[in-house]
Design a binder for this molecule. Structure first.
Ligand code: 3HC
Ligand code: NAI
Length: 706
């Protein structure tokens, strides 16, 4: 064993006749320019070294390689580019073996596919997730993966972006062997020695035969192309992935690589790539704050929940899934039983769908305890209240929690709108109180607004973030105001939608325009799904304090007065005959809208899809700027995360702030000033938006400063 060369990001060291090339580029061995240069140099040097019979590629730390360096996208490419590095690996005259552990993703898997043999450790995750970043595998992945696993399996892998386990990768033909070893070096050396012992030489993936039946492969590509056209609604890279795989079948290997490269560069230049990469980093930036990094969370082992309704039960499932023991308190035995049944029902459904085993369900339910006395919460480290949205009820609950909770326990409210400072005032320890605003269904939705009150202590906040980490949620810090970040902004752009509805656009046109922008559903479909009664109750609560200068559209109230609350009552803005989930347009709703227009003295006018989208987005962006300006959100990208992970904002557009930057703040401001001519009370340009637009800056400049 001799030292060979230590070049930094990738270093080479000889173990007898095997040269081990280790990529060591924390945190995830991304293939940045220095790694690519070192890797290429190590491969080249090995060719000339008579003492080297085989080359073993491995990653240092927890992963093989997590892919191309995402931070380099959008910057001028630095040679050697990754496809060339992969080609040099494949061309090696000496066998190249890759040992995969942790993440072998994107360009990382492409490096492995260019190697001649692959062995994976248990726990390895293999995937080509480029589609999630608006890209396609651009280092030979679209040409090599189909040659190993067939067209259909490769398309499924690349279009879903999903990770395969080591076992699944073996079954799919992506790897040649599994190792039980826990150490990648030992596993890789043992496998390489086995190969050398049987005289194995280079075996190039470009020559692999899984596309031999061209006609069958092309039929799969054609069928997938139709499906992609139907299901990916305006996404740019999926259709190009299909095209690249078609090239893998129809063109010789080197020409296929050139086709892939051309398609990759088109994707790289697309605004969708910019939006999706923005989203990737925005989600990871929400936890970045010096205060948070300097503060240790409190102990977090046992969780209490008050209220076993929709949210309480969903939060209980999220906590049980993460391994926490959970105690749920309800008002009486009957309500408690309903709460327990809601939790059990989620697990029964999962068992029914084969997602978890009956044993796993039982293990999770075994961590659940129910009670009707608050004393049962006396050992909880964190108690989350999810009772009715009523300040007096919540204050009474917090007074009880104050009485029974152990010293230092964190007390959280899941309120959607109410003032956390007033809720905290019901306790003797407001420093222990914060808002933890989950989204429904709470066991599925990723967003968690961590709402920090006037007196909330830093370690209380840190505990909220720690909970999010343990529940695998994305936490976003928010300040106290009516609706925090998400619901506050939502109320404003929903108001803009309601005004358009009264002025001439039907709810169906508005929903269609919002869907055409990329949302999975429009605001009125959403209202029908959530239940119109919730918004109605909030409007009634706010009625006494409503600004009389602001226009109030009464159409939603007219529907609620008829008991049309949406899906759950069989009709709302749409009709849902016989429990249908897909709503049908309702002429009676249109008649009610007409009557309201007449009552309000409005002469209806026509809106194009673009008119609708611009007003809807302008209202959202303007209120988001207010939220930032008032310090309710810490940084623009946090607002993007709230809308991407809590409200269905199309991910490829990066979130409202990124979108605003991409169209230009001056255009957004000009739109708002135009609308203000009709309704200056509603369309008041946010001072921050004015300041940024007039100084030629954008929201992203504030991210850098945050
Ligand atoms: N490039 C640059 N930085 C990356 C990165 C990458 N490919 N992958 C992760 N990082 C960074 C993250 O931004 C984060 O940085 P931070 O600490 O400053 O916030 C750090 O690495 C750790 O990442 P996570 O917080 O996500 O750590 P986890 O342990 O939860 O997850 C992971 C690890 C599964 C590797 C996850 O980071 C991941 O999925 N990464 C992206 C993988 C990917 O999409 N690869 C394809 C890239 S595109 C490509 O390869 C193009 C090619 O075909 C040419
Ligand atoms: P829900 O009506 O389904 O459940 C409330 C539960 O609280 C009921 O089971 C009730 O019996 C129980 N409860 C009432 N008073 C109680 C008390 N004093 N002690 C113990 N239990 C008591 O309501 P939901 O939808 O679960 O909402 C709960 C909270 O979560 C509200 O503050 C709501 O604003 C908030 N929220 C709701 C979301 C939603 O989509 N439904 C989303 C995010 C937050």
């Amino acid at each position: 064993m001799t030292d060979r060369a230590s070049t930094g990001a990738a270093s080479a060291r000889r173990y007898e006749d095997i040269l081990v090339v280790t990529i060591d580029h924390p945190p995830v061995n991304a293939l940045s320019a220095s790694v690519r240069a070192d890797l290429a140099a190590a491969i080249d040097a090995a060719q000339a070294d008579p003492q080297v019979r085989a080359i073993l590629l491995m990653g240092a730390g927890r992963n093989f390689i997590a892919g191309a360096d995402i931070r380099e996208f959008g910057k001028p490419p630095q040679p050697p580019i990754l496809p060339d590095v992969c080609n040099r690996i494949e061309a090696s005259a000496k066998p190249v073996i890759a040992v995969l552990h942790g993440a072998a993703l994107g360009g990382g898997l492409e490096v492995a596919l260019a190697a001649h043999y692959r062995v994976a450790l248990a726990g390895a995750k293999l995937g080509l997730p480029e589609v999630t970043l608006g890209l396609l595998p651009g280092a030979g992945g679209t040409q090599r993966a189909p040659r190993l696993m067939g067209a259909q399996a490769a398309l499924d892998l690349m279009l879903s972006g999903k990770h395969l386990s080591a076992g699944a990768a073996l079954a799919a033909g992506l790897v040649d062997a599994l190792s039980n070893d826990t150490d990648p070096l030992d596993a890789g050396l043992a496998y390489t020695r086995q190969l050398l012992a049987v005289g194995a030489g280079p075996r190039r993936t470009r020559d692999a035969g899984a596309l031999a039946d061209k006609a069958a492969a092309l039929a799969q590509v054609d069928a997938t192309a139709v499906q992609v056209e139907r299901t990916t609604r305006g996404l740019y890279s999926p259709a190009r992935i299909v095209e690249a795989v078609r090239a893998a079948i129809e063109q010789p290997f080197d020409e296929g690589l050139r086709t892939e490269r051309a398609l990759f560069l088109q994707c790289l230049d697309s605004p969708q790539r910019a939006g999706l990469v923005h989203a990737f980093f925005a989600e990871r930036d929400t936890t970045k704050s010096p205060a948070l990094q300097q503060t240790r969370p409190r102990r977090l082992e046992r969780i209490g929940i008050v209220g076993g309704g929709t949210m309480g039960a969903g939060i209980a499932v999220a906590a049980l899934d993460a391994g926490f023991p959970v105690t749920m308190v309800e008002q009486d035995d009957a309500a408690l039983e309903r709460g327990r049944a809601r939790v059990a029902q989620v697990y029964d459904l999962l068992v029914g769908k084969g997602r978890i085993s009956a044993e796993e369900r039982d293990a999770r339910m075994a961590r659940y305890t129910g009670a009707t006395r608050y004393e049962a919460l006396d050992d909880a480290d964190l108690i989350i209240e999810a009772v009715f949205e009523d300040l007096a009820v919540k204050q009474a609950v917090f007074a009880q929690l104050d009485r029974v909770a152990k010293p230092g326990a964190v007390l959280a409210t899941n309120t959607s709108y109410l003032d956390i400072n007033l809720i905290a005032a019901a306790t003797r320890g407001p420093a222990d109180v914060l808002g933890l605003h989950f989204f429904s269904p709470a066991n599925i939705m990723k967003l968690l607004e961590v709402v920090v009150g006037e007196h909330t202590a830093p370690d209380t906040v840190a505990t909220g973030f720690e909970l999010a980490r343990r529940l695998r949620k994305i936490p976003v810090r928010a300040g106290v105001c009516d609706g925090f970040i998400g619901n506050r902004i939502l109320a404003v752009h929903r108001q803009a939608a309601d005004m358009m509805m009264e002025d001439g656009a039907s709810p169906y046109e508005i929903d269609a325009a919002v869907r055409a922008f990329g949302y999975p559903m429009g605001p009125y479909q959403m209202a029908d799904l959530a239940g119109g009664d919730i918004g109605w109750a909030t409007r009634k609560r706010r009625a006494p304090t409503r600004d009389p200068a602001l226009r109030y559209v009464q159409i939603p109230d007219r529907l609620c007065e008829r008991g049309w609350f949406g899906q759950k009552t069989g009709r709302g803005f749409y009709l849902y005959p016989d429990g249908a989930r897909q709503g049908a347009q309702d002429p009676e709703v249109l008649a009610i809208i007409d009557a309201e227009r007449a009552r309000a003295g409005v002469t209806p006018r026509a809106y194009t899809q673009e008119d609708i989208q611009r007003r809807y987005l302008a209202a959202m962006i303007n209120e988001a700027a207010n939220v930032l300006h008032q310090g309710i959100a810490q940084r623009p990208s946090d607002i993007d995360v709230v809308f991407l992970s809590g409200y269905g904002f199309p991910r490829h557009r990066g979130g409202p702030m990124h979108y605003a930057d991409s169209v230009g703040l001056d255009r957004v401001l000009a739109d708002i000033r135009g609308y203000a001519q009709e309704d200056p009370a509603f369309w008041k340009p946010s001072p921050l938006l004015v300041q940024l637009a007039e100084s030629g800056r954008n929201f992203a400049s504030l991210n850098q400063a945050a």
